[in-house]
Design a protein around this ligand. Sequence first.
Ligand code: HEM
Length: 125
Amino acid sequence: MNISSTKIILNLFGLLLTFVTGVILTKTGKPYNVVIQTLHKLSSIGFFIIVIVTCISLLKDRNLLTISQIFIFLTMIFFALSIISGGLVLALKNVNIYILYSHRILPFLGLTFGIITCILTIIKK
Ligand code: HEM
């Protein structure tokens, strides 16, 4: 399965913007800067959509190794949980420490599994 260069560029741009704005939000803390917060929300949603589209097109490859399928699936799960926990961090007035730390850890798990998926896909070729 060939992933177009447009998809790769969009993935990388969304990833960079989401992670950079996320780390800035954590470093600067509450009250969150409205511009950075909005940028983070929008870029994370865009990034999530492109990750899901890319993962689904990868899963359509019938020659894919089972291990690759597992990693693609886990990447989608971790980013889906990142979106949910991020939404909760902003929506809840008194955010639970577990939800806050989940949102600090889950995106990096998604990133790690995403990188492993890329390596597995490249090795297979
Ligand atoms: C795929 C989706 C998402 C990813 C990959 C992501 C990624 C991140 C990252 C990497 C951080 C910094 C964590 C750290 O420095 O340890 C962060 C922080 C944050 N994100 Fe997200 N995020 C996502 C979705 C969202 C959404 C949808 C919202 C809100 C609607 C949100 C709100 C926040 C907030 C408020 C913080 C700062 C939390 C704190 O005080 O530490 N995120 N995000």
